[in-house]
Unconditional design. Structure first.
Length: 551
């Protein structure tokens, strides 16, 4: 008997009660019910419910401003294919640099997952996505078998579907805001559907000539730069990109291993853009003085250079030569993996990674592939951490030891001293527990605590990250979506999504005349899709400015 059959047999357990003394007839539940289970009694000005049509998604219960609806019973949702997709674990020594996460292998699998979507009248998944991709419309085209149209719908807001579907933390974004998640069940596998669409269709590159006489310089080539470049070039703007490294992509090519994000997915984006006329200058690091020159040479500038300064904690021994930055470690091992080198100096070495976020998991998993023995320590509580759940699971299965509520207190000559911490509130820093010190051997210490802004462009870019004000007024549409009262992965998904929107709005404001900043260079560490969305919005606002100058 399948899970769906079991739920169908228990369907009579789903019931919906309307507390008529509380119902004010606002019809909020009526317009949001995806199954038409809620009707409206115009004579008495209250709602009524046909429980036989209810699937217990609980949108009505979440969004009712008067707590007038009570839903009981398990959500009636088809089982997801997501949990049945095999994972290929690449173990030492020197596994091929291929993806470890599988996508949907057939259209039938993708269709089965697409059919789980409720087509919610108010799709909270769209609100949860920083780019506000039209997810329901994309899924509808998947159901119709029109993958090219599904892609074109996404490309209205993002060209990076083949990338975001692999590296986004969907659990705190689109899938975290899925109605099934908010109802306490398994969300639609939006990321896997997005990957299936983009992996089975071609990049589209329609352009317009509305601003063909205008020129814009972009500093950097990561996700924010990609978002900007696509928006600009499709409107006919002449785009020149300056990248300090020898290949484009920023952290997409230098900070994410091949087994998570194949470089071909990143290179395909830049190949398409250069074919459209984008002038890409590699090995060109722009300085503050050069910004002044670029202001005269170009009609506008978008700074998308990222946050480049590694965070180095103030702990004894931090200057030890065994200490290295996560990006340096990933670049070294990534290049060796791609070239088929074994790096014998890593075999059997004990590597301690300070941090247990996504980058730390990449460091640990890469170390495993060269026969090292990695341990990642993070002083926050695991339930408050920002690591992707699947990243953490994969790292642990491959052999990475991950210890939360633990940090390094001292770096010794051949070891490190660890100390335990305590954290009961996500809004408070962990407390170090005295007397809990232990010493473990360490041949290499890798810092994976993130990156900060350098202030290298002076008045043209922020020297400290923009932080959205949590007290900012939230529009009624966000509040009434029900996202603000339900969390995902121990985070309240509504405020998290709202703060992302505030940050994206900030990217529309220039730091100097005709100079905009987006992505990590604006807000510090952010997700790929956040950075891309900010780059796109900065470009759109710059084009408004350029268009006004033509009038």
């Amino acid at each position: 008997m399948t899970l769906l059959h079991e739920k169908l047999e228990n369907k009579n357990q789903i019931s919906v009660e309307v507390l008529t003394d509380r119902c004010a007839g606002c019809q909020e539940c009526y317009v949001r019910c995806p199954t038409s289970a809620i009707g409206f009694d115009q004579d008495n000005w209250i709602v009524n419910v046909d429980s036989t049509l209810c699937v217990a998604c609980r949108q009505c219960e979440r969004t009712c401003p008067f707590s007038a609806i009570l839903v009981t019973g398990e959500p009636l949702v088809q089982p997801t294919m997501k949990t049945r997709i095999p994972h290929t674990y690449k173990m030492p020594m020197l596994a091929p640099a291929v993806e470890t996460r599988a996508g949907f292998s057939t259209y039938d699998d993708a269709l089965a997952e697409a059919n789980r979507c409720l087509e919610c009248p108010d799709p909270t998944c769209v609100r949860g996505c920083p780019a506000h991709n039209d997810i329901p419309a994309m899924i509808e085209q998947v159901r119709e078998g029109n993958l090219s149209q599904a892609r074109s719908i996404f490309e209205r807001t993002s060209h990076l579907g083949s990338i975001c579907s692999r590296v986004c933390d969907q659990s705190t974004q689109c899938e975290g805001a899925c109605s099934w998640t908010l109802a306490g069940d398994t969300p639609v596998a939006i990321g896997l559907l997005e990957r299936f669409v983009f992996d089975n269709t071609q990049i589209t590159s329609d352009t317009k000539d509305s601003l063909r006489e205008k020129t814009v310089a972009i500093v950097g080539s990561g996700p924010a730069a990609l978002g900007s470049a696509w928006e600009l070039v499709q409107n006919g703007v002449s785009v020149t990109v300056f990248e300090a490294q020898d290949k484009p992509g920023g952290l997409l090519n230098h900070g994410i291993p091949e087994f998570t994000l194949p470089s071909e997915k990143v290179n395909a984006q830049w190949n398409a853009l250069t074919n459209l006329g984008v002038d890409l200058h590699l090995n060109h690091r722009v300085t503050q003085d050069e910004i002044e020159l670029l202001r005269y040479r170009f009609d506008g500038i978008i700074l998308a250079h990222g946050a480049q300064q590694p965070i180095r904690p103030n702990i004894p021994g931090i200057a030890d030569p065994r200490v290295m930055d996560a990006m340096d470690f990933l670049n070294m091992t990534g290049e060796a993996l791609n070239n088929g080198e074994t790096l014998p100096n890593l075999r059997g070495k004990k590597i301690v990674v300070l941090g247990a976020g996504n980058t730390a998991m990449d460091v640990g998993r890469m170390a495993i592939r060269f026969g090292a023995q990695p341990t990642a320590v993070e002083w926050v509580n695991e339930k408050f951490s920002r690591v992707r759940p699947d990243e953490l699971e994969e790292a642990r299965r491959e052999g990475v030891v991950v210890s939360f509520l633990t940090t390094i207190s001292n770096i010794n000559s051949e070891s490190v001293t660890l100390v335990s911490t305590r954290q009961d509130d996500s809004k408070k820093l962990p407390e170090i527990l005295k007397g809990s010190e232990v010493t473990i051997p360490a041949d290499i210490i890798v810092l994976a605590l993130g990156y900060r802004l350098t202030g290298e462009f002076g008045p043209f870019a922020p020297s400290a990250p923009f932080r959205p004000n949590e007290a900012s007024d939230v529009d009624f549409g966000w509040i009434s979506s029900g996202m603000f009262s339900h969390g995902s992965k121990n985070q309240n998904i509504g405020p998290l999504s709202w703060r992302r929107d505030i940050s994206t709005h900030r990217s529309r404001v220039p730091f100097a005349p005709r100079i905009f900043v987006a992505g990590d260079a604006l807000i510090g560490q952010s997700t790929v899709v956040e950075a891309m969305a900010q780059g796109r919005e900065a470009a759109r606002q710059l084009m408004v400015t350029l268009g006004e100058s033509m009038n």
